[in-house]
Design a protein around this ligand. Structure first.
Ligand code: GLC
Ligand code: CA
Length: 573
């Protein structure tokens, strides 16, 4: 496989609004990120993805862009952005912005002009259809945030525009070459400014099944999820390939796609050599158990389910390319809250989960606060929820017959706000995030459980320090052939409560082995192997544990190792 500069790097997602507020207005900003670059460097992060900071009404927290060429004043100025790029460069760090081009904001100049003249140049940047009073909408798709994908074009009684997300996020018409040119011009403008690349938002939606048509309804509202249409979609690759050739490739940019439900046979096109993107996220565990009928019907994910999802992706991707591994992002609950069962969530199990996902084959990503073990925030009322997706999900659950209590419980589990609460810097007021009033509640556990950076920095056994060790291990050139380029081979995958795999390089083999149960258990090492070195564990590996392991080998039977409850070991074999 051709080596790329980013293969041995560590990526980190910043959600600017909640990262660090430099001026006391309660909203995180670019100067706040600049102030914390040394922190990120010290942690070991190299590639930083910033969720959107462009001019936006923030109807969907910046994923509704009104001006692609300017920074929203709440986040700072273009000078701040240039300063961030320069400061990152000085530290050998790389900045990615969020590329949101499936849609823009209804406050973007293009959309305003489209409303003025739906048949003119800008009308053709969108999907606008004539619907006479009494006629039905062009199709019955349901937007991701609820309700039909069609809304009345402001100023026109008989015209409707398409939005697969919120009504303030009109979809851009990628069938129109003029629109595509505008998008490529913008991408190149940013790359010329010194960006390393982009995280590419919701990109699979840019190709619609045309002409618009109905599908059988999947709920009582008579509508059907947009994802149904995506099953039948053909030709998105033509757009993606053109975008790559016109923008990313000439700049040698790094890109990571937000791609859901890709077909296995498409993986080479997406992330193989000369793929549309450098990488894309593994969402197999993210979407596990999701019900289309309401969050209250979604299933929990057990450690075994988690392992099976992850291993299936590893097998599908193999050596084709580099998948991006995550346990959370700004659209999901906190990974430790989702993947560690209630009652089992503490520092040891958080370290176990950390090691398990981080050392998989692919690019490891950390979402802000994950390195501290930040958890979901308890909600006592729907009034406390800001996120539009969660508000819709709450209404859907109620309509489907859930009680307000059940609906709120589901929101608490799955809300995007869980990941959006301010970063917990210290034990000071508002966790040191702002001197003003934070735009979203701070999780009280920054005090009650001491989950904050200051406390964890002082504690050598903290999750934060464990992440630093994991990062150092993955960056150690001695283990690159195994931990960066080695195959990932599941081991003992049929044993409940165990998640274990080999990373097998040309020169070295590393075994990652974890016990998701509270009780200790003894497991065999792969035949013919013995432990050369314990590279990392979340427990002290006592002499006894290791002697027992090597004795087995001496006695001519498979060596064994006893793992404590929630123990993970990373072993050089
Ligand atoms: C992506 C973003 C999400 C946003 C949506 C619409 O899924 O990650 O936050 O709401 O796209 O842009
Ligand atoms: Ca601010």
């Amino acid at each position: 496989m051709k080596k790329e500069w980013w293969h041995n790097k560590i990526a980190y997602q910043i959600y600017p609004k909640s990262f660090y507020d430099s001026n006391g207005d309660g909203i995180g900003d670019l100067q706040g990120i600049i102030a914390k670059l040394d922190y990120l460097k010290e942690l070991g992060a190299d590639i930083l993805w910033l969720s959107p900071i462009y001019v936006s009404p923030l109807a969907d927290q910046g994923y509704d862009i009104a001006d692609y060429y300017n920074i929203d004043p709440r986040f700072g100025t273009m000078e701040d952005m240039d300063q961030l790029l320069a400061e990152a460069r000085r530290r050998d760090m790389y900045i990615l912005m969020d590329l949101v081009v499936n849609h823009c904001s209804d406050e973007h100049e293009w959309f305003r002009k489209a409303c003025e003249d739906p048949d003119g140049r800008y009308g053709k940047f969108f999907y606008i259809e004539t619907v006479k009073p009494g006629e039905k909408l062009p199709c019955n798709w349901r937007s991701y945030f609820g309700g039909p994908v069609w809304d009345k074009l402001p100023g026109h009684e008989d015209k409707y525009y398409l939005h697969v997300f919120h009504k303030k996020q009109p979809d851009l018409n990628w069938e129109n070459p003029d629109l595509r040119e505008e998008v490529y011009r913008m991408i190149n403008w940013w790359l010329d400014r010194g960006l390393a690349g982009f995280r590419i938002d919701a990109i699979i939606n840019i190709k619609k099944v045309l002409p618009f048509r109905d599908y059988p309804a999947d709920r009582d509202d008579g509508l059907v999820s947009v994802t149904r249409m995506l099953h039948d979609q053909e030709g998105v690759g033509d757009f993606l390939g053109e975008m790559r050739d016109r923008t990313f490739k000439p700049h040698d940019a790094f890109t990571v796609g937000e791609v859901f439900n890709e077909k296995p046979e498409d993986i080479p096109d997406f992330i193989g050599p000369d793929g549309y993107f450098s990488s894309m996220y593994d969402f197999a565990a993210t979407v596990f158990g999701q019900s289309q009928l309401g969050w209250h019907l979604s299933e929990d994910i057990s450690p075994d389910d988690y392992r099976d999802c992850v291993f299936a992706t590893q097998e599908r991707v193999g050596r084709i390319g580099f998948i991006s591994n995550i346990i959370e992002n700004h659209d999901e609950p906190r990974g430790v809250s989702r993947y560690i069962p209630d009652g089992d969530r503490f520092t040891a199990s958080k370290k176990l989960l950390a090691a398990e996902y981080f050392l998989l084959r692919g690019l490891p990503w950390i979402y802000q606060g994950q390195e501290l073990g930040m958890e979901n925030i308890p909600f006592s009322s729907i009034e406390e929820v800001d996120d539009i997706a969660s508000l819709d999900a709450y209404a859907v659950s109620l309509e489907a017959g859930a009680s307000p209590k059940e609906a709120l419980l589901a929101v608490s589990k799955f809300s995007r706000d869980n990941a959006r609460t301010p970063f917990q810097w210290s034990a000071e007021a508002n966790a040191g995030f702002t001197t003003g009033t934070p735009w979203l509640r701070v999780n009280p556990n920054y005090l009650s459980q001491g989950i904050n950076l200051e406390a964890e920095r002082d504690d050598p056994d903290s999750l934060y320090h464990f992440y630093r060790k994991l990062i150092a291990l993955r960056k150690d050139p001695a283990f690159e052939d195994a931990l960066v380029y080695g195959d990932c081979i599941p081991y003992l995958a049929d044993q409940s409560g165990v998640m274990s795999y080999l990373r097998k390089g040309d020169a070295r083999t590393i075994l990652v082995m974890g016990n998701f149960d509270a009780d200790a258990r003894t497991l065999p090492l792969p035949e013919g192997t013995r432990i050369r070195e314990v590279l990392l564990s979340n427990f002290d590996c006592g002499k006894e544990q290791l002697t027992a392991a090597s004795q087995g080998a001496a006695a001519d039977r498979p060596a064994e190792i006893t793992l404590q409850g929630y123990q993970v070991v990373v072993l050089l074999l």
